[in-house]
Design a protein around this ligand. Structure first.
Ligand SMILES: Cc1cc2nc3c(=O)[nH]c(=O)nc-3n(C[C@H](O)[C@H](O)[C@H](O)COP(=O)(O)O)c2cc1C
Length: 221
């Protein structure tokens, strides 16, 4: 499955089967996480067969069921932590989709299970990603229109339109899609908007934009 297809097929899934993440799938996922950590300096951790983080009334009320595996997005407390977690987290999410897994970003409500993962003294948890074999494939989210998330004048290059359309497929907290894209020559500006997790959303949207627009066509401002 190509990344473009993975972006279109991915939807948040909150109900999971008991099928374990194991063998080749587990090894490949762990390898990508190691690569992302090396490249980003983050401390992303895969936690398997640990149901207690999602085993609470609030998570069941939030429609989560059968979550036994998750990815913890941990990193040093720097200004760019949220955006970095969004960017690398979504890279992992789309790879997981290619491996036949399902995911859901989770910002609130989970339990921080002792000894399940490590958070250094100068680090913090940014968000979690539930992962596993879903009972469904989720459903397409309602989306803003192209014009609502970008300001461009004159002729819009195809690659820019494709980038924005890809960003509109991205998961955002409460489906808020508050990001804004604009263009100056081949320089692309991306802004987060105001609200909870908007910088994480921006990192996610930028990863999608890069796939849709093709990195060779532009540079980030
Ligand atoms: C940063 C972030 C935090 C999120 N937190 C939660 C959450 O706490 N609980 C939840 O059920 N969904 C959460 N979501 C999932 C969004 O609700 C979901 O991505 C959005 O509704 C769009 O739907 P889609 O992912 O199916 O495209 C979060 C998504 C993001 C990107």
């Amino acid at each position: 499955m190509e990344l473009m297809e993975a972006m279109k097929n991915r939807h948040s899934v909150r109900s999971y089967s008991a099928r374990k993440i194991e063998g080749d799938v587990k090894d490949k996922l762990q390898q990508l996480i190691n690569d992302c950590n090396k490249e980003s300096g983050l401390n992303i951790q895969l936690v398997l067969e640990e149901p207690s983080a999602f085993d609470s009334l609030i998570m069941h009320y939030g429609k989560f069921s059968g979550v036994r595996n998750y990815i913890v997005m941990v990193g040093r407390k720097t200004d760019d932590l949220d955006e970095k977690c969004g960017y690398y987290g979504q890279k992992i999410v789309l790879y997981a989709q290619q491996l036949g897994l399902n995911t859901c970003w989770v910002g609130v409500g989970y339990k921080k299970t002792r000894n399940a993962f490590i958070v250094g003294t100068d680090e913090k948890i940014c968000v979690l990603i539930a992962i596993g074999y879903g009972n469904t494939q989720g459903k397409v989210h309602r989306s803003k229109a192209f014009e609502q998330v970008c300001s461009v004048s004159g002729t819009v290059p195809d690659w820019f339109r494709n980038g924005v359309e890809a960003a509109l497929l991205a998961p955002t907290a409460t489906n808020q899609q508050k990001f804004q894209f604009s263009l100056d020559g081949n320089k692309v500006y991306a802004k987060p908007g105001i609200g909870f997790f908007t910088k994480v959303d921006l990192g996610i949207a930028k990863y999608h934009f890069e796939i849709g627009a093709n990195k060779e066509n532009f540079t980030w401002a």
